[in-house]
Every structure is written in C-alpha cells, then in structure tokens.
Ligand binder design. Structure first.
Ligand code: XIL
Length: 458
C-alpha cells in the first residue's frame, strides 16, 4: 500500500521492483515444486501419479520382454511395480519335483531393483499351471509337495516380494459361493490356511494375499471369499490382503467400490491385481471408475494392469490395456492418469517398499544361525549382517558334524561337502549397506550345523 504513495518517483521505479519480485517469486515457486510436489500437482506417469497418495501402479511382464525396447521403455517410465505374468507360477518354478528354476523370477526381481520398483509375487499355489508331476499327485503327497513348494519359492524370494498371491482362484464360479473342485481342494478344506501359514513362515515380511476373478462386486463368489477372510481373521490365519483380478468386459458392477470396502473393513488390504478391460465405448470410463474406487478405499494399496501394450495381452484380440500395439497412450491411459491426479486420496496404511540395493563399498560381516531341528532333519536360517561399511558380497562358512548333509538351500549358493559347506550370496542379496542384513537358509538330514559360522565379505 505504501508503494502507492504519490512521490512522483513511484511510477519510474515500480516496474523494476515488480520485475525483481516476480523473478524471486518464480524461483521460490520452482524450488518448492521440486522439493515438495503439491498434493494435487499433475504427475505425468502412472507410477508417479499413484505415488502421490502412497499407492503403486504396476504391470505384469515377463523377463523375455526386457529385450523389447518399446515394451521396456514404457514399463520403466510408467510403472513402479511389476509382477511376473507367468514366471513365478508353479510350473515355471518347479518343473521337476524339488527341481527349482528361478531364472525368470530372479531377472524380474533384478529389473525391479535396478529401476526402483516393488515386486508382486504371483502365484504360489493354484489349480492351473501346475507342473505335470503335481497334477498327478493327490492326498498327503500333494499336500507335502504344496508346502515344500511354498517354502522353497517364498524362501528363495524372501525379502524381495511386496505382496504374494499365496492362493489363486480357489473359489467356484456360479451361485454357490463355495470352493472350486481341484486336486488341492481334495487334499482337505484346510489347504488354503495351511498355504498361508507356510508362506508366512517362509517370508515373514511379505503381505500374503488371496487372489481371484469374478469378484468385481458383491456377488455369491466374492461373498464366499469374504466369509473365508472373516473366518481367517477371527482364527488368526495369517492373511494380509485380497487381490481382485478385475478382468473386465464392457460393464462394471455399480458396487465395485463397496465390495472393496467391505473387505477392507475386515482388516485386510485390497489390491487390484490383474486389471484389463475389453475395448469398447466404455473402456476409458471403466478404467477410470476402477481407479477412482481404489483411490476412495484407504486400504486399497495399488493397481496392477495385466500387461503393457494391447499386443502383450493374454486377451490381445480385445485390446484391453492402456497402450496400443505401437506403444501409444490410449484414451483409457489418460482417464487413469487424470483420475490418479485428481485425487490426492487417503494414504494407504503401508506404502510399498521398493527393492533398492545399497551402494557397494567394502567391509566385514558376521553370521548367526537359528536352527529348527527334529529327529533326523533340520532347517537352518542364517542371518548375514554387514559391519560398519557396505559390502558387495559375502560367503558364510558352516561346519557340519559327521552324518549331517545339506539337501537344499535358498537365497544362497552352496558349495563344498563333508565337514564344511560354503554359502555364497546370490545376485540379489550380496550388497548390504553398513549394518544391513539378509537371510538365507538350508535344510538337511542329520543334526544340523555346529558352532558359529564365519562370514567373509567382498
Ligand atoms: C495368464 C497369462 O496372462 C497367460 O500368459 C497364461 O497363458 C495363462 O495365465 N488369472 C491369473 C493369471 O491369475 O495368472 C492369468 O494369467 C490370467 C487369469
């Protein structure tokens, strides 16, 4: 106001002052925006837009697609979570009984780590995509094979997976709201809770989800699952989340959001896990409504689409994804991005971690063993802890008494036999920050390791 004084010089100097203060204001605004984005600043990618409310936005992919530069450019630019479309399933990870193959899954995890993404795990047990040997098993043999599979696969990826689909598609379609018949179901109705308890023991840090389709509203199937989750919560069966696959056609149930909310009210997170929507006049609007429904439910922690481009899709003749076959953004993409940007939304209770590795330098390490043994066998869990500085890799030397033999190892590479076995880090757990730790395990026959193991860092 004082500047408005009419001293005669005012008009001459005022423009300069105004210019200076405008410039200062712009600089201040720019630096503020860089450091702390406003809650509703428009983010330009799906992952960044979802992250504004603490959620993730993911896509299904396959390690063999990483060499496709168009696919991978979009994947890395837009998404902050990935899931293996097929490579962590039972047929892929255990093609022979007790013969495990983690090649594809490890490549996915490494890609996620290199690009600051979290990883969903899909799927530990399912009636489909079982290896032939498991399809031919029944009863106790199948039950034991199931728990061994979960222990080994979840153990291998321990600490790397944000949420695991522990059990996939165990409920029947149609009006009954009951279980689907399968070889797993025929081992006894408790197979699902056994699977969850086994997964919790194998990877205590992962969120454990039940995942299914045709659950996109309040219907007999989703109510059957709802009743199971309520029962699990009441009895202390370890379940943390429910996945809604959301393979959608050209309509969306009006109670889609209400259904998510009733599950959240049971005390579990909910996630949209395999979203794709048939191409049609409603595609963009259905994508938008699903996104808004998740944003409106505080415990809806993230959305995953089942592929990147229409040409990558398992429903490719329906063009159900957010990018066309040439990698162009579709109208559905814009509607999802706008929806994510329009709502800062309630923050999920648990923001997803990303799998990032600490910078490598050099330093020492220590190792400690916890042993679970029984007459004739044991499972050993070994914690490796870096010393005062970060390390690039580690080797743990374990002494074994006579008559003890190692029969399986996870999260480490075993070598040597007889009295001493060396366990070296694998690709994803060698780098530890100062004071950081990781765990690996092995099982065997006999009494188990004796004495304190020695750890050598590189
Ligand atoms: C599909 C994959 O997309 C296909 O590549 C594969 O041939 C079959 O499985 N529900 C699920 C997913 O949980 O694992 C399925 O993925 C799609 C339906």
């Amino acid at each position: 106001m004082n500047r408005r004084s009419t001293d005669g010089r005012g008009p001459a100097i005022r423009p300069r002052v105004l210019l200076l203060s405008l410039a200062a204001g712009t600089a201040l605004l720019a630096s503020t925006m860089l450091v702390v984005p406003a809650a509703n600043a428009a983010a330009s990618t799906l992952g960044a837009a979802a992250a504004q409310s603490g959620r993730y936005f993911g896509a299904a992919t396959s390690s063999f697609m990483f060499s496709n530069s168009q696919h991978t450019t979009i994947l890395n630019r837009e998404f902050n979570s990935i899931v293996a479309e097929n490579e962590m399933k039972w047929d892929a990870t255990e093609p022979q009984q007790n013969g495990f193959n983690f090649t594809g899954g490890d490549r996915l995890v490494a890609h996620a780590r290199a690009n600051g993404m979290s990883v969903r795990g899909h799927a530990l047990v399912w009636h489909a995509q079982q290896p032939g040997w498991a399809q031919n098993l029944s009863g106790t043999a199948l039950r034991n094979a199931m728990t061994n599979h979960i222990t080994r696969v979840a153990g291998h990826f321990r600490g790397q997976i944000h949420s695991w689909d522990v059990v996939n598609e165990a409920f029947a379609d149609g009006g009954g709201g009951g279980r689907r018949d399968s070889n797993l179901q025929r081992t006894g109705n408790d197979w699902i809770e056994v699977a969850f308890r086994t997964a919790r023991a194998a990877d205590p840090g992962a969120k454990l989800c039940y995942n299914d389709y045709n659950t996109d509203g309040i219907n007999a199937k989703s109510t059957g699952i709802y009743n199971m989750v309520r029962d699990f919560k009441a009895r202390g069966v370890p379940i943390d989340c429910v996945g809604f696959q959301s393979h959608l056609g050209t309509t969306l149930a009006g109670d889609y959001q209400a259904n998510l909310q009733r599950f959240a009210d049971l005390g579990v997170d909910v996630q949209i896990t395999e979203l794709d929507v048939a191409q049609g006049s409603n595609q963009a609007s259905i994508y938008e409504r699903v996104t808004r429904a998740c944003l409106a439910v505080a415990r809806c922690t993230g959305i995953t689409v089942w592929g990147v481009r229409d040409s990558d899709s398992w429903r490719r003749n329906e063009n159900p994804l957010l990018f066309d076959a040439n990698g162009n953004k579709k109208a559905a993409y814009q509607s999802v991005l706008n929806a994510l940007n329009s709502v800062s939304g309630p923050n999920p209770t648990t923001p997803p971690p990303t799998t990032t590795a600490p910078p490598p330098t050099g330093g020492g390490c220590t190792a400690s063993v916890s042993l679970n043994s029984w007459n004739g066998g044991f499972v050993a869990t070994v914690k490796v802890t870096a010393g005062n500085s970060a390390i690039r890799g580690w080797t743990v030397r374990v002494a074994l008494p006579g008559g003890t033999a190692v029969t399986g190892t996870w999260n480490a590479q075993a070598s040597g036999s007889g009295g001493t076995v060396n366990f070296a880090n694998v690709s994803y757990n060698g780098q530890l920050g100062a004071g950081g730790n990781t765990e690996f395990g092995f099982q065997g026959t006999g009494t188990g390791p004796s004495g304190t193991p020695t750890c050598t860092a590189s």
